[in-house]
Design a protein around this ligand. Structure first.
Ligand code: C2O
Length: 604
């Protein structure tokens, strides 16, 4: 088993050193004790009954804006032609970094089927620029299954204090949860772009936004217990030892507990990184009565991790997601989320949330996800994947587009100051003072394997032959296959190294009220049984409920794309010299999904 241990000090690969101000004036007035997580702690399981209603508990003011010349031009155009014209096309001829949200125009967020929720933070027009923290030693974020009793006591205490703060204190747990809601469910417009929603999912803002979010959450917890070395734990779902909900989050008496979780998925259930909820639903055609055993699930999960971190993350665009610039409304034919954001990030949200709640609360919906303390451990591991990805051999570097690097967010810090941060200041987490505990990374060696032939039962195929389609667009209402011609074949290893061959499923369009999942299989044959552990399984499109505010100028439908890496996959199937590939799309849930087309592109 390989164990790649990223060294936090060697992670920096961007040429942005001139922008760092390491001589910060922000001081940590606390002690400098470092926590040492202990190994081999036996997990304690808390049994929670899975009954029908057990989880049903009730639980400006002009802001100072640094103007860029490009942005001034945009604002000028907006004045002449109106904001709609300005952003109609979603892709401006010239980009600009995404600006901070306009706090003065924060509105209620409107999740599907429930009343609007007020997620707006306390208003302040006093915005300070971020300064790097000073620290003696990096804070080591531990794997949640490896922490000792001292650590648990400390974390529980910190969260208890956070939950006890008045609801309007920007450091309170309630306000921390709202940060996610406002940024993700249509609370904000972009400053200087009236009517243009700010969204931090489904694009390259996903990793940096959540890194900053956790940074301030962790700093607030540390300051509440007067321990600046305090580091939040990560849910180590990418390794067998960490694939269950960490037991520290399952004690109903603790501040780390949240009753709004799927009671079928409590300990000792193994998380499903490719979770397809229809497989667990006896009323659905996709129901699988013999859901995989724990052993099989672990293998599937490791294959999913290998695929998403390596096969489908060869380029920085694949890993981070598509560009999202000032004025973009989201919803563009060939733009979409990065590999990890899609899977396993989103399936884990859905797997954890409680399907008996109105809209999948807490983890299963963006508006409520931050109410579950487990959210921050989930995102700890998502963030850790960014740190690991940069150290993988042969993998590209961080994104170096200035519009990404200069994009900005606002957060309240541990002193209740409203702080403006930039993406470029978070790309090296060691400058923020933390690193991750080094644990095994077994998925490095868990390359998916080609599927075996199905034994025919009395000469009959058990799988239905796929319906073939030649013409797009289609409505994906049944399993379909299509042949996609490859612009280049038999590429040399240098060509393969320089450019990744990418299958682009573009113009994926659906009503933003529904949740969607479909799987993509390459070179499927009718007599093969293919699962997420197989090479042919190229990836999935999966989206969480994320209804936007209708008052904001948004398209009714979500339009996005899925980009899949083919180089590794076709080598694994011995098909690198073929003229074309057969692509099969398997809808899992969500009706009426339109797909405008499928093509192959090359990307550096
Ligand atoms: Cu902002 Cu896991 O989502």
């Amino acid at each position: 088993m390989a164990s790649i241990s990223p060294s936090p000090l060697s992670l920096m690969s961007l040429n942005i050193s001139s922008n760092f101000n390491t001589s910060s004036s922000l001081q940590y007035p606390f002690s400098q004790k470092q926590h040492q997580p202990s190994k081999n702690r036996k997990p304690k399981y808390h049994k929670i009954a899975c009954t029908s209603n057990d989880t049903n508990q009730n639980s400006p003011k002009e802001q100072e804006q640094k103007s860029s010349p490009r942005r001034n031009v945009l604002i000028g155009l907006g004045g002449l032609y109106g904001a709609t014209t300005l952003t109609n096309n979603n892709s401006l001829a010239f980009g600009a970094p995404v600006p901070i949200p306009d706090l003065s125009k924060c509105v209620k967020s409107t999740p599907k089927d429930i009343d609007p929720v007020d997620c707006c933070p306390p208003f302040s027009s006093n915005i300070i620029d971020f300064k790097f923290p000073t620290f003696g030693k990096l804070r080591e974020r531990p794997a949640a299954q490896l922490v000792d009793d001292d650590y648990i006591a400390k974390y529980k205490e910190a969260l208890k204090l956070m939950k006890a703060l008045p609801a309007d204190d920007p450091r309170s747990f309630e306000q921390q949860a709202k940060v996610h809601c406002a940024y993700c469910v249509g609370g904000y417009t972009q400053l200087g772009y009236p009517g243009v929603q700010l969204s931090v999912h489904n694009s390259w803002l996903f990793f940096p936004f959540h890194r900053w979010y956790l940074y301030f959450y962790e700093r607030i917890l540390g300051s509440l217990i007067n321990d600046p070395t305090f580091a939040i734990p990560f849910w180590n779902w990418d390794a067998p030892d960490g694939m269950r909900i960490p037991s520290i989050f399952t004690d109903p008496k603790s501040s780390l507990y949240d009753p709004k979780r799927d009671c079928r998925h409590q300990l000792p259930k193994i998380v499903d990184l490719d979770y397809t909820k229809s497989k667990e639903d006896p009323t659905n055609v996709n129901y699988v009565p013999n859901y995989p055993s724990a052993e099989q699930q672990i293998q599937i999960n490791l294959s999913v991790m290998h695929r998403q971190m390596i096969t489908n993350s060869q380029t920085s665009r694949q890993f981070f997601g598509s560009p999202y610039r000032a004025g973009d409304e989201g919803g563009v034919d060939d733009k979409g989320p990065g590999s990890i954001e899609l899977t396993p990030h989103t399936p884990i949200h859905i797997w954890t949330g409680d399907p008996k709640q109105p809209v999948g609360e807490d983890m299963g919906n963006f508006y409520s996800a931050g109410r579950d303390p487990l959210f921050y451990a989930h995102h700890g591991n998502v963030d850790r994947m960014w740190s690991i990805w940069k150290t993988l051999p042969g993998i590209s570097k961080d994104c170096n587009d200035n519009d990404w690097l200069d994009s900005e967010f606002l957060f309240y810090d541990e002193n209740k100051n409203l702080v403006k941060v930039k993406v470029k200041d978070c790309v090296d987490e060691s400058k923020l003072g933390y690193c991750y505990q080094k644990v095994d990374i077994p998925w490095i060696d868990s390359k998916p394997k080609p599927a075996g032939r199905r034994v025919r039962s009395k000469g009959k195929l058990l799988t239905k032959p796929r319906k073939s389609v030649d013409n797009f667009p289609i409505v994906l209402d049944s399993v379909v296959s299509t042949i996609v011609k490859r612009p280049k074949k038999s590429r040399s290893s240098k060509e393969k190294k320089d450019q990744e061959e990418i299958l682009v499923i573009y113009g994926i369009e659906f009503d933003d009220k529904i949740e969607v999942k479909f799987d993509v299989i390459v070179n499927d044959e009718d007599d093969k049984v293919i699962g997420a552990e197989n090479t042919e399984f190229a990836g999935s499109f999966v989206s969480l409920m994320h209804v936007h505010n209708k008052k904001i100028n948004m398209k009714k439908n979500t339009v996005t794309c899925l980009r899949i890496g083919l180089t590794d996959l076709l080598e694994g199937l011995n098909a690198a010299d073929d003229d074309s590939i057969r692509v099969t799309l398997i809808p899992r849930y969500g009706n009426g999904v339109k797909i405008r087309g499928i093509k192959i592109e090359f990307e550096s």
